[in-house]
Write a protein that binds this ligand. Structure first.
Ligand code: CA
Length: 237
């Protein structure tokens, strides 16, 4: 896989009400050469994103005013921007994962700054990777995947997938029926050097894809991972 180094001038918005955490993360990202702006609540976060159109958003879930879930929805309404969601508890991550709310990745506090920067860089690399050689359109039953337009349709109806959701479906559909482990997917879709962290990030995106495209599109292989299914045919999701 071709990895393009993230542009050092990428702009990152941090939406986090705990000033100590926001300041520490911002200081680290600035030391890495990023331009960073902080918003201390959800509404300010949405306004800031509208104003400066950042390349990536780091978003705390528990915020005063509107919560991270709603912020995520609003900032992605008009343009796709990668979102790294921060949660305070494992249980909270599980809940969000179940909802498949469209964040590109999740980190549970506390986490190391090193891991944080690695995830930020991977997400930025991925969003800059869009100029890949276009591959052929894939048709599987009622589902068509158009890599050139980055569109997926079911029964002709466009499904509004996030860039990461698209990449996940496309990656799996290139090899229908082949089972990918979560670690493989984190490495191949998210671009992580070490796919051992963030397995629930994969589950979250699978949940979102199923909600938008139908449960039969992606098959769970218990204890192993996921495979592109046989949409439109009788099968167990
Ligand atoms: Ca908070």
């Amino acid at each position: 896989m071709r990895l393009v180094e993230a542009a050092p001038t990428a702009t990152i918005v941090i939406v986090e009400d705990e000033a100590a955490i926001a300041d520490a993360l911002a200081a680290r990202l600035r030391a890495e050469g990023f331009v960073v702006e902080i918003a201390s609540d959800g509404l300010r976060g949405v306004e800031l994103c509208e104003r400066i159109a950042p390349d990536l958003v780091v978003l705390d879930v528990m915020l005063p005013g509107i919560d991270g879930h709603e912020v995520c929805r609003r900032i992605q309404r008009d343009r796709a921007v990668p979102v790294l969601m921060l949660t305070a508890l494992d249980g909270e991550t599980d809940l969000l994962v179940g909802l498949g709310i469209g964040a590109d990745d999740y980190m549970t506090k506390p986490f190391s700054q090193r891991e944080f920067v690695a995830r930020v860089r991977a997400l930025l690399r991925r969003s800059q990777r869009s100029v890949e050689p276009a591959s052929k359109q894939i048709t599987a039953g009622p589902v068509t995947i158009d890599p050139e337009r980055r569109e997926v349709r079911r029964d002709g109806r466009l499904a509004h997938l996030t860039p990461t959701e698209f990449d996940l479906v496309h990656r799996l559909a290139l090899r229908p029926g082949v089972v990918f482990t979560r670690e493989q997917l984190l490495e191949e879709v998210w671009g992580y050097a070490d796919g051992s962290a963030g397995a629930r990030t994969v589950d979250s995106h699978v949940a979102a894809v199923r909600r938008k495209l139908g449960a039969d599109v992606l098959r769970t292989v218990q204890g192993i991972g996921y495979a592109f299914g046989t949409p439109g045919q009788a099968s167990t999701p």
